[in-house]
Design a protein around this ligand. Sequence first.
Ligand code: G1P
Length: 286
Amino acid sequence: MKIRKVVIPAAGWGTRFLPATKAVPKEMLPLVGKPLIQYAVEEAMTSGIEQVVAVTAVGKEAIREHFSRSPELERVLEQKGKMRLLEQVRLIPELADIRYVYQKEQLGLGHAVLMAENVVGDEPFAVILPDDVIDAEVPALKQMLEVYHQYGGSVIAVERVSKENISGYGVIKAEKVSQNVYRILDMVEKPKPQDAPSDLGIVGRYIINPQIFDALHKTHSGAVGEIQLTDGLKRLLKEQPMYACEFEGVRYDTGTPQGMLKASVSLGLKDPDIGTELRKYLRCLI
Ligand code: G1P
């Protein structure tokens, strides 16, 4: 079945990025001049998704504005002859058909996904967490869609995570079925390092069957007092097979200042406009 919709949770407080996120949604923080959420929308679109369901909250109006037309700004850019910028600004609202749903209380990622239930309906869908930016030749979600079409069942992105960092992730127990695909046997959200069932940490990309909504309705708050998507998936795993895809690409956790800096430097070095100068600057610095 074709995956037509992607849910992009964008309602969190962004506490790891305070004070920057006091008034600015964390999803609007720039990574080499482009807001994080735009990377998520672009990855979805280049993977063949047709519709975005953005889960937002009070104080996140800038997200909707970003993806709307800006006639005043367009007029000014046109008058000043800044045609390249004008083109960029005009293209943003054309990127995707975006529906907005609100999460009134921030009760966790599982709860955020539940807010999209009515718009998603009874079909499998994708989820992209905009904090996790993945630089890949083939978009990570597209790689996962191939796994989904080959194996059926929900598909979760994973990568190897070091022991000292593993307790920041959902972690799977799994058996390998092909070079980059695992069948999931169990999963746990944010385990203590000694309790982690493997070093395969969940990364913010999912393709999920719609029965997840029932599973989430039955899921009570777990790790850090929130309704965890991992706990909902664990429940769903009892009813149907589920796979993990170890994607090819580099993933940056832009949800923290240090992750954002690493992503900015790495993607900045690749950027045709600023890469050369940034490389020179870094050489001088180190
Ligand atoms: C969420 C998920 C976690 C996953 C992580 C990936 O956690 O709950 O399972 O490993 O995203 O970024 P968060 O980072 O929102 O705490």
